[in-house]
Design a protein around this ligand. Structure first.
Ligand code: NAP
Length: 332
């Protein structure tokens, strides 16, 4: 069986480009006991993968130069020597960016495409949905009437986080990069208000205007200047859910400084960073709620689906220029 794969050609300095990826052909061996042959259906591109392109120790291992990029993939079982999987099953796995691959059954999870479309298991019923669920429910813990401010609000995590906060009775304001995204989150995803950070003249004031009672929970997906402006609007005993810092992922030097700490001190702010895998022993609980709310129509969902294996690098790079609304997915 011939497969096409994408390897890390070189490590990016700053913003990645097409030159950091290389397409290769690979001939796959025959499968052996416990293995399955997989045909990729949907491949996820996620901001955290930028960190894996660097040669640094982190919670997710680095990609190796000349080795395939890998991440969340939904694939169809084409052939199986595993007792757990049959031909035509759809599975979720951490798999190489490849049209076909071979994997041990123990590393795969069967997905139920009668519950939701297959691609949803890379988004609302997968890692981003769980991130939103645990970030809001376990760290932010919004109470009725509290104000929740979410950066990266029109993305995979932000859209779900905002809706879950609404379900808890919060007043929810999103920050996103275009008027189109702001209208989308207000009109279709029940956000109470939205701020376009690209057109706001003084973001601190725009946040104050959209959050007349101040901010009780700031769900941070982006960091940088947006977060600086959010922090200036935090209430006494507010919480920061530190989920992501995408605005800093391509920096070659991370700015350091104590600028925001006095503010956190004087407002008695609780700041907690988290990685969704901290909650892996409770994923079933999270997925149960997400599937229930989705089934009841209480959670809405959208994806930006880019077609074609060859467009994987474009989709990944597009995360950093904001071309996606909701979860960015590549359909193979
Ligand atoms: P996403 O929001 O679907 O896609 C990325 C979005 O980030 C873009 O659409 C863009 O939207 C925004 N963005 C890109 N560069 C930016 C910049 N310089 N300043 C401000 N906004 C920028 O991605 P996601 O999967 O939902 O992830 C969101 C964040 O959560 C990321 O930081 C990610 O690393 C983090 N995350 C953390 C965990 C965890 O376990 N802690 C798990 C999943 C994701 P605009 O058009 O609005 O700028």
């Amino acid at each position: 069986m011939n497969s096409r794969q994408i390897v890390l050609a070189s490590r990016p300095k700053g913003l990645p480009g097409y030159e950091n990826f290389r397409f290769e052909n690979k001939v796959l061996a025959d499968i052996i006991e416990d293995e399955v042959l997989l045909k990729a259906s949907f491949i996820s591109v996620d901001p955290y993968m930028r960190g894996r392109m660097n040669d640094v120790k982190s919670y997710a291992s680095s990609f190796q130069v000349d080795q395939p990029i890998a991440g969340g993939v939904i694939a169809e079982v084409i052939d199986s020597k595993s007792k757990s999987f049959a031909k035509s099953d759809f599975v979720l796995g951490n798999l190489p960016w490849a049209t076909y691959s071979i994997e041990k059954g123990e590393n795969l999870r069967k997905i139920d495409t009668s519950v939701a479309p297959a691609s949803y298991y890379l988004g609302i019923l997968g890692m981003p949905g769980l991130t939103a669920y645990f970030g809001i429910m376990d760290i932010g813990k919004p109470k009725t009437g509290e104000t929740v401010l979410i950066s990266g609000a029109a993305g995979a995590v932000g859209l779900v986080a905002g809706q879950i906060a609404k379900l808890q009775g919060a007043y929810v304001v999103g920050i996103a990069g275009s008027d189109e995204k702001c209208n989308l989150i207000k009109e279709q995803f029940s956000f109470d208000d939205a701020i376009n950070y690209n057109t706001s003249r003084i973001l601190k004031k725009s946040i104050a205007a959209a959050c007349p009672n101040g901010v009780d929970i700031y769900f941070d997906n982006v960091g940088g200047k947006i977060t600086d402006a959010a922090i200036l609007n935090l209430n006494f005993h507010s919480r920061i859910v530190l989920c992501g810092q995408i605005s800093l992922y391509n920096n070659t030097e991370i700015p350091v400084g104590p600028a925001i700490l006095p503010r956190l001190l004087t407002r008695s702010v609780m700041l907690q960073g988290f990685i969704v895998s901290n909650y892996s022993n409770r994923f079933n609980q999270g997925l149960e709620y997400l599937a229930k709310w989705l089934g009841e129509g209480k959670l809405k969902y959208t994806e930006t689906i880019i077609s074609g294996f060859d467009n994987l690098p474009e989709a990944f790079l597009g995360l950093f220029s904001g071309i996606n609304k909701g979860k960015m997915i590549v359909k193979i």
